[in-house]
Design a protein around this ligand. Structure first.
Ligand code: SAM
Length: 283
């Protein structure tokens, strides 16, 4: 029988395999894990030391306790090693990140690659919640978009983003540090595509996305909803925002990205908006 990760850690540490977390996340050479059943600091350290023996490319092991606030900041404790900054490579993009300061949203891996083939040559794209460049860098490197206007509010994330633009040698990103709601006031009628990769409460930003939207514009809207709210609530929110902005919308895709909590889903809705006046003029 092939021994699994938990069994290997249990064998080295003598700790019951049932108590050892089975899931972990590797960012660059840093491993992050969450403990649900172990409280003892000594046991956590023992587990971290065992992990480094099993996975020698891991240089730091961290416990991630929670991710919170507007900036999705992680609370992280180092269990083994010293360094929390690393370079993570994913889908041909390098991301410099400090895992103690910024959350790396690995769950959006498929979303990042899903959008790339949709982009047409010459598009102007707005990435409203750019983070360290999760969506923007791939769009700049692997599409023929004209410009990617990327907005990030957290100055720490923004600084890593600025580094990552250089690290990946991409030229067509216009990165702004600030609030996308404020930025929208001066970016009117610009975007052929908008990425709204943030939650919860993304619906509050729909009005700002619609200000930046050119007609037509494709919007990739992410948010979280309870199972019973799918798909009525997201569609109502989109409908309400579009009516207020004098736009009509057409849904292209509705998908569950991942489970967020029991009976709660991170979802993505792609829709195309067009100015109502243009639709009427064509009729
Ligand atoms: C969880 S990250 C997600 C990054 C990426 N869009 C994704 O989906 O993988 C969300 C980012 O939005 C930023 N943010 C939150 N509110 C913002 C606002 N009003 N304007 C611009 N950025 C904001 C946070 O600082 C954080 O870096």
């Amino acid at each position: 029988m092939i021994m699994g990760f938990k069994q290997k850690v249990a064998k080295i540490t003598g700790i019951d395999a049932k108590l050892i977390p089975s899931g972990y996340q590797i960012i660059g050479d840093i491993l992050l894990l969450k403990f649900m059943k172990i409280k003892s600091a000594d046991k956590k350290k023992k587990i971290a030391e065992a992990i480094v023996k099993i996975l020698p490319y891991v240089k730091t092991v961290c416990e991630i306790r929670e991710v919170s606030g507007e900036f999705r900041e992680p609370a992280v404790d180092i269990l083994f090693g010293e360094r929390t900054e690393t370079i993570h490579t994913e889908n041909g993009i390098k991301y410099r990140i400090d895992v103690s300061k910024i959350m790396f949203s690995k769950g959006n891996l498929t979303e990042r690659s899903r959008i790339i083939p949709m982009v047409k040559e010459g598009e102007n794209i707005v990435d409203m919640f750019a983070g360290i460049g999760y969506f923007s860098l791939g769009l700049a490197k692997f599409t023929k978009a004209k410009e990617i206007l990327s907005i990030e509010k957290n100055p720490v994330a923004y600084n890593f983003f600025a580094d990552n633009i250089m690290l990946n040698s991409v030229k067509n990103i216009n990165a702004m540090q600030g609030d996308c709601a404020m930025a929208a006031m001066s970016i009117k009628d610009y975007a052929d595509r908008i990425i709204m990769g943030y939650f919860p409460g993304t619906e509050e930003f729909l009005q700002y996305a619609l200000m930046m939207a050119h007609s037509p514009c494709t919007i990739h809207f992410h948010n979280i909803y309870k199972t019973k709210e799918l798909w009525t609530k997201p569609l109502q929110q989109i409908d309400c925002a579009c009516k207020r902005a004098g736009m009509i919308f057409k849904i292209k895709t509705k998908k569950k990205v991942k489970s967020y909590a029991p009976r709660v889903w991170h979802v993505a809705v792609d829709f195309v908006v067009t100015k109502t006046t243009e639709v009427k003029a064509k009729q």
